[in-house]
Design a protein around this ligand. Structure first.
Ligand SMILES: NC(=O)C1=CN([C@@H]2O[C@H](COP(=O)(O)OP(=O)(O)OC[C@H]3O[C@@H](n4cnc5c(N)ncnc54)[C@H](O)[C@@H]3O)[C@@H](O)[C@H]2O)C=CC1
Ligand SMILES: CC(=O)C(=O)O
Ligand SMILES: [Mg+2]
Length: 556
């Protein structure tokens, strides 16, 4: 690392600062003498100290703020600590704690990170991105949210910047994406969250969400500016509201290098977990009946990838046959043809009114989950509804009556939104349920078997995808690359032992991410969208990964 700065400027930049790990020679050369205690600490010893500080916070939000402050002080040390304690710290910098940090953003705010773009100042979009200070070749990733559908906690206005920061931290921890080659962005288009609008502390634009042409133009201004300033960056869309998420993806996915994490990343990880579970059941994928409870961005994204898998493997002969395996449910109940509330991307999954005409249901105006479970007899139940506790004992017992090994994935985040807990699912299904969750849950002992619960979270996909894209300089993120990511992840699973998890654990994130990255880069090359196809994939991917160690310093 070449350092031109001197004195306090060195210490105030989290990328150059290494605190008491500066040697005597470095302190002299960088004019740091007298600016810190004279004691010298190795990085290992520093890591012990910051770990002790982390542990001394009594609340999860306190731990989050402690880590955020460390990242703002000494970024290398932050990632070193995170890598050493990934399983323990992921639930702090990511789901579930990040949900609380986002809600409390304007209260706990102390210093900015990322780029804040306001719909009321569209002329500043390019300047604001430029002000971040990175050059055309310096950026691999831009992670952007408009905060309308943050996890399962909805519209969070300006606080959504934290999800972009959190996702990018996972890219670095899991896949070694260089922390300075990324930009977190929030598109501040207003908020419909009355709690935020009426709070004195709120730091975003104080008006309702802007929609329609002005929103679309603003998004387009953003995409155009990123393309112009950082032509090699992949744009990662996160937690965009359902109304806009698919539209934006469809608008740009064939023109630029971009992907939507909730739609595509989630689908890839869930497909891998489904394939593992389906293997355990011994029933072919196309013989399963799938209920998507909360069929919005993530739910339909998952359904689409499972549908493609059925078509690709020849399990289903036609699209109609594949669609017929799904029963999608939203806030209005089972999706039925002709429902004007259905968005374009949901319509192909709507069921005909004729097929439910003779169902016994509680209220024909709204066919609920229990009705669907009773009548359609699903073997797979996927929850992406944001509705905590929706998978009740009655529903799970009913499902278990009709299938030997019900596959049940309560995927909503944070933990409070999970449709059920693994402990309840195992109790209600008499230990038969095959489970994966969105947020982390500890192991559950049932009937003498210890069940390790897979965390089916897109964190197992997006870091490797980003690394693969950056390594081969992919110009697009194709459906084939997403499928390759899912297949690579599925290849790492061995779920045959009773109680075994359906996915690798978060402690294996680096292995998972490199495996996914190689598969993605290879598929990109095969599909002709890689500018630099990898010739020695393992070595090239490995070399590309940033390691959280203090680099050699050259004082200039
Ligand atoms: N495990 C993972 O990796 C991921 C989990 N998720 C989780 O999935 C949930 C949904 O996320 P998105 O799909 O992005 O949101 P979304 O807003 O696009 O979809 C939510 C869907 O749930 C439906 N819904 C809401 N309340 C309902 C109710 N009471 N009953 C039935 N349906 C209901 C809505 O109609 C909507 O279609 C969130 O909690 C999020 O954290 C999302 C992406 C990844
Ligand atoms: C994990 C994720 O992307 C979500 O819950 O929205
Ligand atoms: Mg998300």
């Amino acid at each position: 690392m070449r350092i031109r700065a001197r004195g306090r400027e060195v210490l105030s930049n989290p990328m150059t600062n290494r605190g008491t790990a500066f040697t005597a020679e470095q302190r002299e050369a960088l004019e740091l003498d007298g600016l810190m205690p004279t004691g010298y600490t190795t990085m290992e010893s520093q890591t012990h100290r910051v770990y002790e500080q982390f542990r001394s916070s009594n609340t999860m939000l306190g731990k989050f703020l402690n880590l955020a402050a460390l990242r703002d002080r000494n970024e290398v040390l932050f990632y070193h600590l995170l890598s050493a304690h990934l399983e323990e710290m992921l639930p702090v910098i990511y789901t579930p704690t990040i949900g609380e940090a986002i809600e409390r953003f304007s209260h706990t705010y102390n210093r900015p990170r990322g780029v804040f773009l306001s719909i009321d100042r569209p002329d500043q979009v390019e300047t604001s991105l430029k002000n971040y200070g990175l050059g055309a070749d310096d950026v691999d990733l831009v992670c952007v949210t408009d905060s309308e559908g943050i996890l399962g906690i909805g519209d969070q206005g300006i606080g959504g910047i934290q999800i972009a920061i959190g996702k990018l931290s996972v890219y670095t921890a899991a896949a070694g994406i260089h922390p300075r080659r990324v930009i977190p962005v929030v598109l501040d288009v207003g908020t419909n969250n009355l709690g935020l609008l009426s709070s004195d502390f709120y730091l975003g634009e104080r008006h309702g969400r802007v929609r329609g042409a002005r929103y679309d133009e603003f998004v387009d201004d953003f995409v155009t500016a990123v393309q112009k300033l950082f032509p090699h960056a992949m744009i990662h869309w996160e937690d965009i509201g359902t109304n806009n998420a698919y539209r934006i993806l469809q608008r740009y996915q064939h023109e630029i290098c971009t992907f939507n994490d909730d739609i595509q990343g989630t689908a890839a990880v869930v497909l891998a977990a489904i394939l593992a579970a389906v293997d355990v059941t011994g029933i072919d994928l196309d013989d399963h009946r799938i209920v998507s409870f909360g069929a919005g961005s993530a739910g339909i994204g998952i359904a689409n990838l499972i549908r493609d898998q059925m078509l690709r493997t020849g399990a289903s002969e036609s699209e109609e046959e594949a669609y017929a395996r799904f029963w999608p449910i939203g806030i209005q109940g089972l999706y039925l043809e002709g429902d004007p509330r259905l968005l374009d991307f949901q319509q192909p999954y709507a069921r005909t009114r004729a097929e439910v005409a003779d169902w016994e249901v509680k209220d024909p105006a709204k066919i609920g989950l229990l009705d669907v479970v009773r009548n359609a007899r699903p073997t797979i139940l996927i929850g992406t509804s944001t509705r905590g506790g929706a998978f009740t004992r009655e529903i799970v017992e009913e499902m278990t009556k009709h299938c030997a090994r019900p596959i049940i994935f309560p995927l909503s985040n944070p933990t409070s939104r999970a449709e059920a807990t693994p402990a309840d699912l195992l109790e209600w299904s008499d230990g038969k349920a095959l489970i994966a969750t969105g947020s982390p849950f500890g192991p559950v002992d049932h009937g003498g078997v210890r069940h390790t619960i897979a965390q089916s979270n897109n964190a197992l996909i997006f870091p490797g995808l980003g690394l693969g894209v950056a390594a081969c300089r992919a110009t697009r993120v194709t459906e084939g690359m997403i499928a390759a990511a899912a297949e690579a992840l599925a290849g790492l699973v061995n779920a045959w032992r009773p109680g075994a998890p359906l996915l690798p654990g978060m402690s294996d994130l680096r292995l998972v991410s490199t495996t996914v990255a190689i598969a993605v880069a290879e598929r990109a090359a095969a599909e002709g969208v890689a500018l630099n196809p990898l010739t020695d994939p393992i070595q090239q991917i490995y070399e590309r990964m940033w390691q959280p160690k203090y680099p050699k310093v050259e004082v200039i």
